[in-house]
Design a protein around this ligand. Structure first.
Ligand code: BES
Ligand code: MN
Ligand code: MN
Length: 462
């Protein structure tokens, strides 16, 4: 079904204004990880709240222990219409390293049909396209076919530490029939995609303390344990030579996806050589016995994200470092839990740590993995809405990344969650030169405007 003509012409007329407004949001450096940007996250929250108010929604900025949560409400749909909750995040990752950006991260710039800026695709552009889809209904018709709650948070990139509690304590306010999230990518250009899974997360810092201060490596070398070597030895025990995680018990809770799921994955258009080229890595590597997509979507990982120890400046310095530190994160698969993995990680590090140093493991943040059952009216409506906007049936894909709150929505609100993203492979999320495709930004609005129509029809037909 094509998009209703009044909505289509609203989009045509207002397209460039939408983009200009998105640029205003992208100019706010709402980096959640750095406290010097707290005024900016507050400004971004106010910006979202104002833009919802201007649509005629009731918008409230809720303060938390961290960054504010914005809730918008519009509840004037016909009696019996479903209520949907749209979730997104207005916070962004730090923009560093700045010198690798071709245009400044907080000065949005269009090149080759791409909008370049930190947060363009993750997630401001995708949150904004939802706001514009709501605006089209309200602007063209003065009403929406569904009741809508918009929930925008500012801590997704730092683990959504305060959101679960907020949902628990505002479960009545947030009660809904469906949750819709656009914070992911399409499988390929022109190929709309619905997510069937997300990996979870257990993030650790490992600190190794040796001597009280750095020591002359001639006067002391060979007589005390070197913390950098101790850390290297600990990290080296985490995998075997086949890329399998060697922490005892790590795979015990991993649910097998079955042959049917593996067959669906094989049917997707995917090319290892092309993927390798995109990474710029000299070769692909991963757990033996699984294809690349299987490794990304249905197998857990344990990866070093950062390492720090000793002298790393120019030239040579003969020194024994006093300490060493590693950031290690595990991506989890149902039914692994961050708590369970924390227990296994602590026990493992304790077992393998060499003598002569003190080793501390700190759990920084976690999130549960998620796998969807994509049946029911929400998903049928989504398939039709995506086909309307993209002229192509959507594919079902897995995802290697994490959105910690998804499992909480399902558990607390007891509503199905639809993850439909409009990013693209190579979009540089979290990296320099992040971009969103202009075309996807505009088609995403149309798809979401169509979704609310389809969903209202589904529910009145039942
Ligand atoms: N939008 C991403 C999640 C995502 C990543 C979706 C890759 C699709 C592909 C989200 O903003 C994100 O970066 N999540 C973090 C979560 C972490 C901080 C707990 C992630 O996956 O690292
Ligand atoms: Mn995101
Ligand atoms: Mn992100």
């Amino acid at each position: 079904m094509p998009l209703a003509t009044d909505l289509a012409s609203y989009f045509d007329k207002n397209q460039s204004r939408a983009r200009d407004e998105l640029f205003d949001l992208l100019r706010i450096p709402s980096v959640s990880a750095r406290s010097e940007h707290n005024p900016d996250t507050a400004r971004a929250a106010a910006w979202i709240s104002d833009s919802l108010s201007r649509l005629g929604m009731t918008a409230t900025v809720h303060q938390t222990k961290g960054h504010p949560i914005v809730v918008g409400e519009w509840r004037k749909a016909r009696v019996g219409a479903p209520t949907v909750l749209i979730y997104g995040h207005y916070d962004v990752q730090p923009a560093e390293p700045l010198d690798l950006w071709d245009s400044p991260p907080f000065e949005p710039t269009v090149r080759d049909g791409r909008i370049y800026a930190r947060g363009s695709v993750d997630d401001k552009g995708q949150l904004h396209l939802h706001i514009k889809a709501l605006e089209a209904h309200l602007g063209a018709r003065g009403s929406l076919p569904v009741n809508v709650i918009v929930l925008a948070e500012g801590e997704e990139e730092v683990g959504s530490e305060n959101l679960e509690q907020f949902i628990e304590s505002h479960a009545d306010l947030l009660a809904c029939d469906a949750v819709v999230i656009s914070d992911s990518a399409m499988f390929a250009p022109g190929l709309p995609s619905i997510l069937s899974s997300l990996r979870g997360m257990a993030y650790f810092q490992i600190d190794v303390q040796g001597p009280a201060t750095d020591l002359h490596s001639g006067s002391y070398g060979g007589a005390v344990m070197n913390p950098a070597m101790a850390l290297a030895r600990i990290l080296a025990t985490m995998h075997d030579e086949n890329g399998r995680i060697a922490i005892p018990g790590f795979y015990d809770k991993v649910r097998d996806w079955g042959e049917a799921a593996r067959k669906d994955i094989r049917a997707l258009p995917f090319d290892d050589a092309h993927f390798q080229e995109e990474t710029g890595s000299p070769a692909l590597f991963g757990e033996r016995g699984y294809s690349t997509l299987e490794r990304l979507w249905m197998r857990p990982t344990c990866e070093v994200n950062g390492l720090l120890s000793g002298y790393t400046g120019e030239g040579a310095k003969t020194v024994l470092p006093a300490k060493a530190m590693a950031k290690v994160s595990c991506r989890l698969i149902p039914d692994q839990s961050p708590e369970g993995i924390e227990t296994l990680m602590r026990a493992h590090v304790d077992r393998v740590k060499p003598p002569g140093v003190t080793v501390t493991v700190t759990h920084l943040h976690g999130g549960k993995p998620w796998r969807a059952d994509l049946t029911g009216p929400l998903f049928d409506a989504a398939r039709r809405a995506l086909a309307t906007a993209f002229d192509r049936e959507p594919v079902i894909v897995g995802e290697g990344g994490s959105i910690p709150v998804v499992g909480d929505f399902q558990r607390i609100l007891k509503a199905p969650v639809l993850l439909v993203g409009f990013g693209l492979p190579g979009e540089n999320a979290h990296a320099p030169n992040e971009w969103i495709s202009e075309e996807n930004y505009f088609k995403g609005m149309r798809a979401m405007a169509a979704l609310w129509e389809e969903l209202a029809q589904e529910s009145s037909a039942r």
